[in-house]
Design a protein around this ligand. Structure first.
Ligand code: AHR
Length: 510
């Protein structure tokens, strides 16, 4: 049985838990908005058309911040189409997903929904087809109190109070040739710099995210971040990262180790940011907004006879990339959240993409039910329990061989400590496909520790690593994990093969 020894020490911490790490993403794509969060006429819809059943699941999952309205969609989107009386709003084509966009849902609806869901709004502007002037106009419309043409238009449209949106994305994936308005790093860097400046002239309190690379394998990765920041370092607060992973050719061992790639990707971006900081003699830090990440079976689009470019075939809210997630995917998602948390000194925002139906932890059917996918669980438990300070994790573990990443630790872990509440949480995945893992956690600097709860996600009774939830049955979820014990300052637990576990501890300062 593989073994791992993890050492936590009260005095070795990384940062306060950035609560915005537990973010999500709602794009006008497929059925995320329409028949996802919004479906007038659905038996569970409220008077505004928001699905209450979906909203309840969102509250249970507890994202803290939600990015909107795209994604690729935003690079061809005119926000003005989505405000004002719904009957006057134009029907448009969305070139990014070849979809018909009715604009029945727009900025006001999203802000109202976000308040019901108790999430912060993270708004993306269109820097694909639009520019500096539109960027500052949108900030004025959203955040200026009143007495100007744009803020009074917002008031006439039903929002007397400013939306007070603090966090703004300066476009989306503009390094990608698929993006409407794709740019070189120089073109984008200058545009981001000027857009950020003009937006701050309207509201100096906002924070802005510059577009980083769409993935670590982009040919421009590294050089893109460097060039963009050489132009815009002083104007921006964050650089974005995006990453999607999937299992290739049944190589589950490598797939289960992909957080190693995520760790390396984050380290690369941190190094690039800091190199620009040093060379430019800047004094402030720029942090990371990992504002799209998830498991995504991208081959799905191709085998569907629908290359991405014609994905929606000019229909309203077509089914797009509605991946059904299994036990393996949930364990991998748990390790991604671990990676983000371990890097909480530099990654301050992260958004799982997306929230409902489109590569999502929550699924819903038109006129039908809503349910939790397997990947719902690690997110929900970590958002609920990761509080206080992030603890450094020193891990000495048996190694598992992988084709892609060589030897990797058999277990993957992150941990937090909330001194005020006298609680700690340990989130730990066993990457071993067939073997249990014996784990010891040394709790240095703590006293009187006891296990409050231990829950595990693993293959369900009679199922296997491919088991998943559907609208008819949801066998994949959390079950109590027996046998976690504490002896002195050592916690011992045996993790089932291929599993993700959360341990909640009560403890004092030692
Ligand atoms: O989340 C799906 C898509 O993935 C987004 O629209 C885009 O930004 C990314 O490529």
């Amino acid at each position: 049985m593989p073994r791992a020894r993890i050492t936590l020490d009260r005095d070795f911490t990384v940062a306060d838990v950035p609560r915005r790490l537990f973010g999500s993403f709602v794009e006008h794509m497929g059925r995320c908005v329409y028949t996802g969060i919004f479906e007038p006429g659905h038996p569970d819809a409220d008077d505004s058309g928001y699905r209450r059943d979906v909203l309840e699941l969102v509250k249970e999952m507890a994202p803290t911040i939600v990015r909107y309205p795209g994604g690729n969609f935003v690079s061809g989107y005119d926000w003005e189409d989505g405000v004002g009386p719904v009957t006057d709003r134009p029907v448009r084509i969305d070139g990014a997903w070849h979809t018909i966009e009715t604009n029945a849902f727009g900025l006001h609806e999203f802000v109202e929904w976000a308040r019901l869901a108790d999430v912060e709004v993270m708004e993306a502007i269109n820097l694909g087809t639009r520019g500096v002037d539109d960027a500052r106009r949108l900030v004025e419309y959203a955040n200026h109190p009143g007495g100007t043409a744009l803020s009074d238009q917002r008031i006439r449209n039903g929002a007397a109070e400013p939306f007070d949106i603090r966090l703004w994305c300066l476009g989306n994936e503009l390094d990608g040739p698929w993006q409407i308005g794709h740019k070189t790093a120089h073109e984008y860097g200058r545009l981001a710099q000027e857009a950020a400046k003009a937006m701050r002239f309207v509201d100096p309190t906002i924070e802005v995210v510059a577009v980083g690379s769409s993935g670590r394998s982009m040919p421009t990765f590294g050089a893109w971040e460097r060039t963009v920041l050489e132009h815009a370092y002083d104007e921006v607060d964050y650089v974005s990262m995006h990453a999607y992973y999937q299992e290739h050719d049944g190589d589950a061992a490598s797939f289960l180790a992909t957080a190693v790639d995520m760790d390396g990707f984050i380290d690369d971006v941190v190094s690039t940011i800091d190199a620009v900081k040093a060379a430019g003699k800047h004094t402030k830090d720029v942090h990371i907004s990992f504002d799209e990440w998830n498991v995504w079976y991208q081959t799905g689009l191709e085998t569907d006879d629908q290359p991405t470019a014609v994905a929606g075939s000019w229909r309203e809210h077509p089914r797009l990339i509605e991946d059904e997630y299994n036990v393996t995917d949930a364990v991998v998602v748990g390790t991604f959240l671990n990676s983000l948390l371990r890097h909480g000194d530099r990654v301050k925002i992260a958004n799982q993409a997306q929230l409902v139906n489109v590569i999502a932890p929550i699924r819903s059917e038109e006129g039908g039910p809503a349910w939790r996918q397997s990947i719902f669980w690690p997110f929900a438990r970590m958002s609920a329990l990761a509080r206080g300070r992030i603890l450094r994790t020193a891990v000495v573990a048996d190694q598992l061989d992988t084709a892609k990443y060589g030897g990797v630790d058999a277990v993957d872990v992150s941990a937090t400590w909330d001194e005020a509440a006298g609680r700690a949480a340990v989130f730990v995945a066993n990457r071993g496909l067939d073997e249990e893992a014996e784990v010891e956690v040394a709790l240095h600097g703590f006293a009187n520790a006891r296990v409050v709860s231990a829950e595990v996600l693993a293959a369900p009774e009679g199922g296997d690593r491919h088991s998943s939830n559907t609208q008819h049955a949801q066998p994949v979820g959390l079950t109590p994990l027996e046998g976690a014990t504490i002896d002195g300052d050592t916690l011992r637990v045996t993790l089932p093969a291929l599993s993700w576990t959360v341990l909640q501890l009560e403890l004092d300062r030692g």
